[in-house]
Design a protein around this ligand. Structure first.
Ligand SMILES: Nc1nc2c(ncn2[C@@H]2O[C@H](COP(=O)(O)OP(=O)(O)OP(=O)(O)O)[C@@H](O)[C@H]2O)c(=O)[nH]1
Ligand SMILES: [Mg+2]
Length: 347
């Protein structure tokens, strides 16, 4: 399917509206399903008495978010490798790790994987009704849990919320909701950015193919109209062909001359392209390409073989001029799109 500019804008707008997908993980029986129920204020998922109650990824839509109740990771039913294949967890935007004691090795591993993928994670210490210790204040008990977690995940800065998800003694749910809301904004932007990046890349690839056809067409035109170069004297190719070809390439990428020049960093290419803006400049480009190609075998026999080889040379010159310009335009269009996406990400 071909993506035009309007369709691209529409698709990006749709991405901006998408729900943020929040996935839960953590040891079996730690209270993931209970936490989802507490957040939704209703019994939307089954809470178990035995471990491994949740066996399928269940999606619960709730306002702007979708909660995903994942089964236990690294359990006998879902060894780590199978879990990644079956549930593709990295598709989700934000993670909540619910635990009620120590994390298992598999949970810390899972956390490392999502962190590496740039996904945010909120830690939720559930069942605080069970951490009562008469020798310690609540703050002291929570400090110990925090330090313990820091040691387990090898990180000092993380969000940790203490809750009780049991229906009859709900505690800390509002704080968890606030934490989700504050992280959701960043997660949504990241999601939009990633999706838009893929989409713009596809869009540019398509434009590149179309521009490539335009280059081939111009090159054939030059070949069959006998617009052939004479080495060392002048490039006889009509500058208008290249001038029009450049303009067409820019049109394909929806960019202007200034954008192309600005995006090119190397001085030589920049001069090359600056020259390309005038017909006189194009003649200079043609001469430089002619010289460049002269070292290749194609030009060696021109005076001897004559027309047939010269046709081929005319074709090559225009093709080369077009391909170099196309790469520059592609880069300029890509930079322009990424700059626009980044600006949106910063707002
Ligand atoms: N005391 C106490 N028990 C809780 C709390 N939250 C959940 N539970 C109990 O813990 C058990 C497991 O809860 P679930 O919500 O099913 O845990 P889960 O993490 O979804 O379990 P799996 O899906 O099997 O991995 C149930 O018996 C809950 O009633 C809590 O805050 N305090
Ligand atoms: Mg569950």
């Amino acid at each position: 399917m071909s993506i035009d500019n309007e369709m691209l804008k529409k698709k990006l707008a749709e991405f901006a509206q998408e729900k943020v997908n929040i996935a839960f993980f953590g040891p079996p029986g730690s209270g993931k399903s209970s936490t989802i129920n507490a957040l939704c204020g209703a019994e939307v998922v089954t809470v178990g008495v035995n471990t491994d109650t949740t066996l399928e990824a269940k999606v619960i839509e709730h306002g702007e978010v979708a909660f995903i109740d994942l089964p236990g990771y690294g359990t006998s039913k879902f060894p780590q490798k199978d879990f990644f294949i079956k549930f593709n967890p990295l598709q989700y935007d934000l993670f909540i790790c619910v635990f009620d004691g120590k994390l298992r090795k598999s949970d810390t591993e899972f956390f490392q994987v999502i962190t590496k993928a740039g996904k945010p994670c909120i830690f939720v210490r559930n069942k605080i009704d069970e951490i009562y210790d008469e020798d310690k204040t609540t703050d002291q008990s929570q400090d110990i849990i925090r330090q313990d977690l820091a040691g387990q995940i090898g990180k000092e800065d993380f969000s940790l919320i203490f809750i009780c998800a049991r229906g009859d003694m709900l505690t800390g749910i509002e704080e968890l909701q606030n934490s989700i809301i504050s992280q959701m904004y960043a997660a949504r932007k990241e999601k939009y950015y990633m999706a838009a990046k893929v989409l713009t890349e596809e869009y540019l690839q398509e434009k590149k193919e179309l521009a490539m056809k335009c280059v081939s067409k111009s090159a054939k035109y030059a070949a069959f109209n006998g617009l052939n170069p004479l080495i060392g004297v002048d490039a006889a190719i009509d500058a208008a062909i290249i001038y029009n070809m450049y303009e067409n390439i820019r049109k394909h990428f929806d960019i202007n001359e200034k954008m192309v020049v600005d995006s090119i960093l190397t001085i030589t290419t920049k001069n090359f392209l600056l020259k390309g803006m005038s017909k006189k400049g194009i003649t200079i480009i043609l001469q430089s390409i002619t010289k460049k190609l002269a070292s290749k075998s194609v030009f060696k026999y021109i005076p001897l073989v004559g027309q047939a080889t010269a046709v081929c040379a005319g074709y090559k010159i225009v093709k080369e001029a077009g391909e170099e310009y196309l790469i520059a335009c592609y880069q300029a269009a890509q930079e322009n799109m990424l700059r626009r996406l980044n600006a949106k990400k910063q707002t």
